[in-house]
Design a protein around this ligand. Structure first.
Ligand code: FE
Length: 214
């Protein structure tokens, strides 16, 4: 006989300090993260690839912008390879690109990164399986219960149709909220293309969560 469902209380929050660096980007264990200064500029003058700016705002479910949100990103390099020991894709590593960055949203909820467009990479999920170009993001609010892990994609990627991770979000409109918009106005002449991508943490228009961390 099955009894009534137990009522589970939320696990209390605890501070992440003083060893914050250990807890940050936890699925990055194994990345060469400590050579990265974790700024929001992931590129130097020698970094290979198509330079991009990624900008957007983070909203809560009521439509208010969220300031002081920690946004962390990690991504493959322009050749489609992560600087990670388990990534054996035979594409070159770039000594001038770690693929990890971080910033805080400003008072208007804006975040901003300068990076390179990541390459597609194969992942053996099915025959000839390639992930569309994407950037992984982790967003921390003022407690761990406000964390969102997701992926941002680029417009019109021909690999969308065959990617089970992208298509794991069943609602087409929700899937589209994972795709950034090319922003000609924010594009810097002679420097970098720009993409805009807003995040909604909760509610009807929430940005879908990542079902798989690949
Ligand atoms: Fe990935």
């Amino acid at each position: 006989m099955i009894g009534p469902l137990p009522y589970l209380r939320e696990t209390p929050s605890q501070t992440a300090g003083p060893y914050v660096h250990i807890g940050l980007i936890p699925h990055q264990a194994g990345f060469d993260i400590f050579e990265n200064n974790f700024s929001n500029v992931l590129v130097g003058p020698e970094t290979q690839g198509e330079r991009i700016r990624i900008e957007g705002r983070i909203f809560d479910g009521s439509g208010s912008v969220t300031k002081d949100f920690l946004v962390e990103i990690w991504q493959a390099n322009a050749a489609g390879r992560y600087r990670h020991r388990v990534d054996q894709h035979p594409a070159p590593l770039d000594p001038n690109f770690t693929g990890a960055g971080r910033c805080l949203t400003d008072d208007d909820g804006n975040y901003r990164f300068v990076s390179i467009k990541p390459g597609a990479y194969p992942w053996k999920n099915h025959e000839n399986a390639w992930r569309p170009a994407h950037i992984h993001l982790s967003l921390f609010g003022r407690s761990f219960t406000q964390r969102l892990v997701t992926q941002m994609y680029f417009p019109d990627d021909p690999l969308f149709a065959q990617d089970p991770i992208f298509n794991s979000v069943p609602d087409p409109a929700a899937r589209q909220r994972l795709v950034s918009t090319f922003d000609l106005e924010a594009t810097r002449p002679e420097w970098a293309l720009a993409y805009e991508w807003d995040v909604v943490l909760t509610g009807r228009d929430a940005t879908p969560l990542d079902a798989d961390e690949h």
